[in-house]
Ligand binder design. Structure first.
Ligand code: G3P
Ligand code: MG
Length: 393
């Protein structure tokens, strides 16, 4: 009997179910960590009737750490100023996976490893072989953190909007670089640099500036700022000739603590495409990663499969997708998300179960009300996980 029990424990540990969590609107609402999320982490860590640990991964279309929650109450002006500076520093966009998992571990009270997180810009790692030695234009955040992430990934020649404004302030005359921005702006003659691609990280903090600069670059001759392709020469405007533009996610909307959904990178993407079309007459060709794209689910499934292999055989955990693991997670995978167009559409297309919660973008109550119908609607992540575990028996 003891052997049978042991076999059962081992069996359940490696055959699933496994879980994939969206972050914003599921585990967190803006800066606020949902208490239900902490309870879920306890359950998955072994505090359950089977004493079983359930493998999980967090897949977000976001890309920055957030600041600790405001404790409320009266505060002095000094405290408010410090909090604002912290907020700017930490909420400035562009987190490495290693930093993000540390903060998430603190917030949720469990150890979350780098192999358990896929962020909006994580998939840009797969572009490194193509652009490692070429100049790329990085959009995102309000500091140089996205450049730092890009460089850490392996892009050796990463430029950001501050570099462009340092070179020619008149290119976007509505913002004067601050002392801080001057400190990290690269001093370069951009008229001599031919960009190979634009990478839009999570998430632009100055849509006007970034829209102007990206459209400038896509209309330019050979990716050089300050030049424009001949509008009469149609051969220069074919989709194949267009400078590649990679967006890290297509989220039109996302959910935070405000009661109405907020505009995300998808809205910026549509604005850029509309202005490009109006100024050139051509459609903007774009590559988009993040949920709900297959590329991001491939990435996540490979990391999950590697986690399970590690538990089963002690094989090393991989941080990069490997072809033999993509789509190979044993047992059922439950995706818990708040955004039907992102989390649920992606999970359904990938053959995963989907749990749609009511703590974010989706505010309906029945699966049929969602534009992409989930397996089930749950009040919150805790109710969703309890439902899944009961279903699995
Ligand atoms: O697109 C905005 C981003 O914050 C959404 O994050 O975690 O809901 O995928 P998430
Ligand atoms: Mg979400």
């Amino acid at each position: 009997r003891r052997n049978a029990a042991a076999r059962r424990l081992v069996h359940t540990a490696i055959e699933g179910p496994t879980f994939c969590f969206d972050i914003d609107g599921v585990l967190k609402q803006g800066q606020h960590v949902l208490p239900q999320a902490k309870a879920v982490m306890e359950i998955l860590s072994g505090n359950n009737p089977l004493n079983k640990k359930y493998p999980f991964i967090c897949v977000t279309n976001g890309g920055q750490s957030s600041v600790p929650e405001d404790s409320g109450g009266h505060k002095s002006v000094e405290t408010l100023k410090t909090a604002a500076t912290d907020r700017c520093r930490l909420f400035s966009g562009g987190s490495l996976e290693s930093e993000r998992c540390q903060r998430l571990s603190k917030e949720l009270g469990v150890d979350i490893g780098e192999h358990q997180i896929v962020q909006s810009h994580t998939i840009f790692r797969s572009l490194v072989p193509k652009y490692a030695d070429k100049p790329v234009f990085i959009v995102g955040g309000n500091s140089d953190k996205c450049r730092r992430v890009a460089e850490e990934y392996g892009f050796k020649h990463a430029y950001i909007p501050a570099d462009v404004l340092a070179w020619k302030p008149a290119i976007w005359p509505y913002h004067k670089l601050t002392e801080k921005e001057w400190s990290y702006a690269k001093q370069a003659d951009l008229s001599t640099i031919s960009f190979a691609a634009v990478l839009v990280f999570h998430d632009s903090r100055d849509w006007g500036r970034d829209l102007q600069l990206v459209v400038d670059l896509v209309r330019s001759d050979s990716g050089v700022f300050g030049t424009v392709k001949d509008p009469k020469d149609a051969s220069q405007w074919t989709p194949e000739k267009q400078l590649p533009v990679h967006f890290s996610n297509p989220d039109l909307l996302w959910g935070n603590e405000f009661n109405v959904s907020r505009f995300g990178q998808g809205a910026l993407q549509e604005s850029m495409a509309a202005v490009y079309k109006l100024t050139t007459g051509y459609e903007l060709q774009r590559h988009t990663g993040g949920k709900p794209t297959k590329a991001t689910y491939d990435y996540a499934s490979s990391l999950l499969a590697s986690q399970i292999d590690h538990a089963k055989t002690g094989a090393p955990i991989t941080l990069h997708p490997s072809p033999d693991k993509i789509g190979r997670v044993p047992g059922r995978v439950y995706m818990v998300g708040d955004n039907p167009a992102s989390d649920i559409a992606g999970a359904n297309n990938y053959g995963w179960e989907s749990i749609l919660v009511q703590t974010g973008v989706f505010r309906g109550s029945r699966p049929e009300e969602a534009e992409h119908k989930p397996t089930v609607v749950a009040r919150d992540v805790l109710e969703g996980i309890k439902w899944a575990l009961k279903r699995e028996g």
